[in-house]
Design a protein around this ligand. Structure first.
Ligand code: HEC
Ligand code: HEC
Ligand code: HEC
Length: 330
């Protein structure tokens, strides 16, 4: 368990205290000198913000950042992030134009800002290393003055465990549309929460929390779905998903290959199987989002985030949408 910072400790104090326990070697700045006055007095304990604390924030950037993504910088890579502290300060804290598409929570901004100014090098296990930090960046902003909360260094790759008894229903992820379709057809007549002991499969948090039970009843005991027959092929699709295999994707119809290629060029850097965003390479996913695509490209016009598209390409997309999803049908 980490020691939480007493909220009355100011950031200044945090900066001073975080300079403690440094070893003689500094891979970032060999000339960095420790100021004795900056050492904490005996008995003071503090948890400095480490890279492990900001990693969950950077995890949110992976839709667009990383090798082969819209921007190549992988913020989860310590040396990349550390070498771009100035840019991070500029874009995320000062200008606020990053991340694109969503806003970070106030607490997250505080944590990040504090790391950018005081962050210590992490050990491989994420604990504070016995090495000096980068020299703090002087940012001309009023970043948090009170001590930031220490974010638990959760393992960023593990999806958050869903809260089962959450009152709100969690929608299914867009990319699981083919699984959701099977559940809609073969399970929902009983599994809407109305029947005793038959969990509500409309709520994805419930599905997620009962994956083991689903595996058991659908693939081992095979007494589910009850009273409904289901093809072996569909059971196999459910098995692949429960086994964590990549989703089998539905290819685009050949006659829309023009539109497919334009989408591939303009969208799939962000919208792919790994990003958590709707995967536009999977036509089943595309079909489930026709109106959202029309809306974002032609009404709000805020997609693609990477920049405007060729008008001729937009025309092809518009013709395809008019063909597959005439407006009056949506
Ligand atoms: C929807 C896509 C998207 C998301 C999400 C996103 N970024 Fe970016 N980011 C980009 C693109 C594209 C660029 C390159 C163009 C630019 O600089 O605006 C960029 C550039 C940046 C830069 C400037 C990089 C440099 O080398 O100067 C920083 C810093 C940055 N992003 C930080 C973040 C952080 C931190 C997050 C997550 C909290 C984030 N971004 C989330 C798309 C995104
Ligand atoms: C005709 C109604 C009906 C259909 C269709 C049906 N179920 Fe059920 N299911 C039930 C009932 C009733 C229960 C509670 C009694 C029991 O466990 O047998 C249940 C229980 C379960 C459980 C155990 C839940 C737990 O909390 O342990 C799982 C898992 C399950 N169903 C999966 C499915 C899946 C997946 C489908 C579709 C592929 C499906 N069921 C279709 C009626 C149905
Ligand atoms: C630089 C990254 C990036 C590119 C390129 C991009 N998107 Fe997105 N898109 C996002 C992000 C991030 C979101 C989620 C946040 C939001 O809705 O604004 C999103 C959301 C969407 C949504 C809403 C999804 C939903 O579930 O409602 C649609 C529709 C969409 N994008 C369409 C497109 C299309 C079509 C293209 C290509 C022509 C495209 N995007 C290109 C980053 C991108």
């Amino acid at each position: 368990m980490r020691t939480f910072i007493n909220s009355s400790i100011s950031l200044i104090a945090l900066i001073l205290i975080s300079a403690c326990g440094r070893g003689p070697h500094n891979p970032v700045d060999g000339d960095f000198k420790l100021d004795k006055a900056n050492r904490p007095t005996a008995g003071q304990t503090v948890s400095a913000i480490t890279f492990a604390d900001v990693k969950p924030i950077f995890q949110k950037c992976t839709t667009c950042h990383g090798a082969g993504k819209a921007n190549a910088t992988d913020w989860l890579d310590y040396s990349s992030a550390a070498s771009k502290k100035v840019q991070l300060m500029d874009r995320v804290i000062i200008k606020g134009d990053m991340p694109l598409g969503f806003k970070l929570e106030k607490e997250e901004l505080k944590t990040l800002a504090t790391w950018l100014k005081t962050g210590t090098l992490p050990e491989p296990d994420g604990s504070v290393a016995d090495t000096p930090e980068n020299p703090p960046i002087e940012a001309p902003v009023d970043v948090p003055v009170e001590a930031p909360p220490v974010v638990q260094p959760t393992e960023p790759t593990a999806p958050e465990a869903p809260v089962v008894d959450e009152p709100v229903s969690t929608p299914w992820p867009a990319n699981l549309i083919s699984i959701k379709k099977i559940f809609d057809e073969s399970c929902l007549m009983c599994h809407t929460g109305a029947m005793p002991n038959a969990p509500d499969w409309q709520n994805y948090a419930v599905v997620e929390s009962k994956k083991d039970r689903i595996y058991n009843r659908v693939l081992v005991v095979k007494d589910m779905p009850m009273a409904v027959t289901i093809t072996d092929e569909k059971r196999e699709i459910i098995k692949n998903w429960l086994d964590g295999k990549p989703m089998q994707i539905t290819p685009w119809p050949e006659k829309y290959s023009n539109a497919r290629d334009i989408v591939a060029v303009n969208c799939t850097a962000c919208h792919n199987a790994d990003s958590g965003l709707p995967n536009w390479s999977d036509y089943a996913v595309v079909e489930s989002k026709f109106s959202e695509i029309r809306n974002r490209l032609f009404v709000t016009k805020d997609m693609p985030y990477s920049g405007p598209m060729q008008p001729s390409d937009l025309d092809i997309i518009k013709n395809w949408l008019d063909d597959v999803a005439p407006k009056e049908l949506e």
